[in-house]
Ligand binder design. Structure first.
Ligand SMILES: Cc1cc2nc3c(=O)[nH]c(=O)nc-3n(C[C@H](O)[C@H](O)[C@H](O)COP(=O)(O)OP(=O)(O)OC[C@H]3O[C@@H](n4cnc5c(N)ncnc54)[C@H](O)[C@@H]3O)c2cc1C
Length: 447
């Protein structure tokens, strides 16, 4: 609704609405179409119209000879499913309107991917209990994460009803008792596991936090400092699911860059990912006093402290530095540490915003070596005046992180911990394995 949050992509909409004289834009009364377009009318319309009423002109093609679990998988993957299911959910329970972001497409595609995997794995298990248990474990794990949504049994039931109605609607006349029974059984098992997973966890499902400081070290990174209402006991290297006011209903994972502490201070480094749903509005819009919601910590990144110590290679791309510096800060508590070689990379030299802090840490930690890397040798003119980078023991190298790291060899004897964008993770893991690093030595959180 708020016009102050409109991004550049809305400009065409304003022109369409008749705002030809852009000089007066700030004072102009909004056009009717613009106002109506901003109001979510669906809740009112939905009360009267069942979105799945009436048969489809073209039901999905169903292979009646295929196993029912695979037929359900195919129906889920019908391109009409996400939109239809979203409407069915909104009709099924008013709470789903709040629980899902307005653009629910990405979340529902994730659901389709996970549900398809569960159905296919169960089919391929051919009754093998260990394989089926893998699916149930996955659902329990997901349920633990879903605690943040504070779902009641009613939500699970309505979600299941909406799912059944949508698949039945898509299948049309091909829907039969076999599909109905299979879906009911599969959904009952999965939703029980989800609720079990949520029930196994202790502590609050979500904690409020207030933004107390915002730093902007580069044009596209915000360092956000918050105080949480109660202390969140995360391990260094873990990440939290975060809900912010900048994109309602959109949860994203962020990694604290400082260890958990009794004062509840917590810091995140967020980069504006072009085209992303949340990060741009967060980086541009975050301000002191804003309230965030933080869910329980997840993730397994940690320094292996089994003695005798194994040297550690850390590789951070961009804001991927956050969880790795958190691990390094935590190591300062110990008298003895494994040697850590930290490669810190970005596109331009001026994007290595955390280098001053890392250099300070290395100055008092003889076990820590910092290697800066940037893909380009110089900052572009449009990035503004660049501050000179602090001196590090190893001079900055130019190239991608994976090239810089593998230039030194295979690092086969190290524990390797990597954090960064999905592309950087993929390229670095592939490149290192190709250079001879055993895959089992490499730790990273999957995107
Ligand atoms: C375990 C974990 C920890 C994370 N910690 C942080 C963190 O500390 N700081 C932070 O800024 N982000 C972090 N992220 C990424 C973050 O969760 C969001 O994905 C990111 O902020 C983009 O969100 P979005 O809604 O703007 O874009 P989305 O709509 O989620 O994604 C848009 C596209 O950008 C891709 N993308 C996601 N992250 C990046 C990235 N960093 N660089 C380039 N492309 C990307 C996505 O794969 C997708 O294709 C973490 C992700 C994971 C899985």
């Amino acid at each position: 609704m708020g016009s102050e949050k409109r991004g550049p992509e809305d400009a065409s909409g304003m022109e369409f609405a008749g705002g030809a004289d852009r000089v007066d834009d700030d004072y102009r009364l909004p056009d009717v179409e613009e106002v109506v377009d901003d109001i979510d009318l669906e809740p009112y319309l939905d009360q009267r119209h069942d979105p799945l009423a009436g048969p489809l002109d073209e039901p999905a093609a169903v292979d009646v000879s295929a196993p029912p679990l695979l037929v359900l998988r195919d129906l889920l993957n019908d391109e009409r499913f996400p939109e239809m299911f979203h409407r069915a959910l909104r009709h099924a329970d008013p709470d789903f309107r709040e629980l899902f972001p307005r653009d629910a497409g990405p979340v529902l595609r994730e659901f389709v991917r996970a549900m398809s995997w569960a159905l296919v794995t169960t089919e391929e298990a051919l009754g093998d209990r260990t394989k089926v248990e893998e699916v149930v474990d996955f659902a329990r794990h997901l349920g633990a994460d879903h605690r943040k949504l504070e779902l009641a049994p009613r939500h699970h039931q309505r979600f299941g009803e909406a799912l059944t109605n949508t698949l039945r609607h898509l299948a049309g006349r091909s829907w039969d008792d076999r599909l109905q029974t299979t879906l009911t059984t599969a959904y009952r098992v999965l939703s029980s596991a989800l609720q079990q997973g949520a029930g196994q966890e202790d502590g609050p499902a979500r904690v409020g936090a207030t933004v107390v400081e915002v730093l902007r070290p580069t044009r596209d990174v915000a360092v956000v400092r918050l105080i949480s209402d109660t202390m969140i006991d995360y391990h260094p290297g873990q990440y939290l699911s975060v809900l912010t006011p900048y994109s309602p209903g959109v949860w994203r994972r962020l990694s604290p860059s400082i260890p958990s502490n009794p004062a509840g201070q917590i810091e995140f480094h967020v980069r504006d990912v072009p085209g992303g749903e949340l990060s741009g509005s967060l980086v541009r819009g975050v301000g002191v006093g804003d309230r965030w919601v933080l869910a329980r910590p997840l993730g397994m990144l940690e320094v292996d402290r089994t003695e005798p110590f194994r040297d550690v290679l850390m590789i951070a791309g961009g804001t991927g530095i956050a969880p790795l510096r958190c691990l390094v800060l935590d190591m300062l508590r110990h008298g003895q540490n494994p040697r850590v070689h930290l490669f810190y990379g970005a596109r331009f030299p001026g994007d290595l915003y955390d280098l001053p802090t890392l250099v300070d840490l290395a100055a008092t930690s003889p076990w820590l070596t910092i290697q800066p890397v940037s893909e380009e040798d110089e900052d572009p003119w449009w990035a503004g005046p660049a501050e000179e980078l602090p001196r590090t023991l190893h001079r900055r190298q130019t190239g991608t992180l994976v090239d810089a790291v593998t230039r030194w060899g295979s690092w086969a004897d190290r524990q390797v911990i990597i954090a960064g964008s999905p592309d950087m993770l993929r390229a670095t893991v592939r490149g290192m394995v190709a250079a001879g690093t055993p895959r089992e030595n490499i730790d990273f959180d999957r995107p």
